[in-house]
Design a protein around this ligand. Structure first.
Ligand code: DX5
Ligand code: ZN
Length: 219
């Protein structure tokens, strides 16, 4: 049974004070930091890039779980690796050659994740499951925090967990988008072992991050 981990998304943090926000997350018991990189092309929003990630690395020893919502992505993998990303997660639609992009991340000795948008089928990645460390299941259409959870994606989680167990593979299953205290237990029961959360972690219970992380884990 994999340990349940929380990867708070800094998209919902105070962008004018990200270093301090990351230190608060570490103190509050976060297992890793989910960094949402958006290019205004793959998704209709624009956030941060390698220079900011590099600057943030000195504020914590936690793993940087970097979610690249950018396309094209292949040409930028090395820059995110050099900036300090520990897990590099890409979207299949953002590369002409998913296999080559996965191998590039592995060559750089980083953990590789592949993210499936709500409408993307798991067939897209079945041939790659033995090469990747993590599948990121989007439970919202990527681009913004604070959206409504799409429970239908849990069918993909259940299928992936079954395939993983039957094939004796070991990839993590991470879910991202609209996770809150009402749906986190259902997601974990479906087979998720890493919960991404931005709004619930930063905004619930008057912004008591430690309480919110503990509540999400305890479900
Ligand atoms: C959306 C991002 C998510 C988002 C999660 O494109 O990938 O990580 O920030 O935020 P909440 O938890 O607020 O849905
Ligand atoms: Zn994300």
């Amino acid at each position: 049974m994999k340990k349940i981990q929380i990867s708070p998304s800094i998209l919902s943090a105070d962008f004018s004070n990200l270093g301090e926000e990351i230190q608060k997350l570490e103190k509050a018991g976060a297992d890793m930091i989910h960094v949402d990189v958006m290019d205004g092309h793959f998704v209709p929003n624009l956030t941060i890039g390698p220079p900011v990630i590099k600057a943030l690395k000195k504020y914590t020893s936690l793993v940087f779980d970097v979610h690249l919502m950018i396309s094209p992505v292949h040409e930028y993998i090395e820059a995110y690796s050099d900036s300090g990303a520990d897990i590099i997660t890409i979207h299949p639609e953002a590369t002409d050659d998913l296999n080559a992009s996965i191998l590039k991340i592995k060559e750089l000795k980083k953990k590789v994740g592949v993210s499936l948008n709500p409408e993307t089928k798991i067939d897209t990645i079945l041939n790659h499951l033995n090469k990747i460390d993590l599948v990121l299941i989007m439970s919202v259409n990527p681009g913004f925090g604070g959206q409504k959870f799409m429970p239908e994606v849990l069918d993909k989680v259940k299928k992936l967990k079954k395939i993983r167990d039957e094939s004796k593979l070991n990839f993590d299953i991470e879910i991202d988008g609209g996770i809150n205290f009402e749906n986190s237990k259902t997601a974990i029961e479906a087979g998720v072992n890493i919960l991404v959360s931005g709004t619930t972690v930063f905004k619930s219970n008057n912004g008591d991050i430690k309480k919110n992380i503990e509540l999400l884990k305890s479900k």
